[in-house]
Structures are given as structure tokens and as C-alpha cells.
Design a protein. Sequence first.
Length: 126
Amino acid sequence: MKIKIKTEHGELDAEINENKNPKTARTIIQALPLESKANRWGYEIYFEIPVKIGKENSQQEVEIGDLAYWVEGSSFCIFFGKTPASSNNKPKAYSPVNVFGKITSENFIEILKKVKDGEKIRVEKA
């Protein structure tokens, strides 16, 4: 399913994929639209959402552009580079996350680097 991620600095296209973690993906889709205030952790943006999902094929090593659900923090996560937990240039989550999608826009890193703590972020169906 195609979604839009809207920030104060631009809009991103993304896709939710139900193949890897179907329960997580379906729960996120049913909760859309989501709106919250962004938090930054290195090159990760996360924000709490009103959804509780258990671990589902959870992992800490993720890819740039991955969308994930952080189980411990009940949060939607967007990874776009190195985080404080990284040992190289790849993102690493603070604790295991359920990856459920990917950003498909080409310019997403530049837009996401501008997002600051407390700024509004919205996720909706495209």
C-alpha cells in the first residue's frame, strides 16, 4: 500500500509491504492517518502512535529508508542513516523493531535531515 509521510520540510512517498511482517503492516494501515510530533535519534525519526504490536520478525539492523514499528516505544520509525547505536554507516535501532515498509522518494534523506524534535509529522494513505 502506498502512503505519504508529510513533514514541515516536504512530503515523502513510501510503501507498506505486508509480506515480511503482515500483522504489523495491517495494524499500521488500519491506524492511518497518524499524526504526532517527531523525535530525532541520530538519523532516525520516531514518534509514538496509538498502536500496540508485539515482536514480529524483529531486528535491530535495518536499512536506510526502512519504516519500522518500535515495540518497546510503541513508535513509528523512519531510518535514514547512522544512529547512536550504529557501528558503521548503516542504521541500527535502539532495540528490536518490526520493519514494515520503505520510503520510495529519491530525495528523502535531505528532507528528513531538516526535521527537528517537536515538529509535526503525518502519515496517511496516498
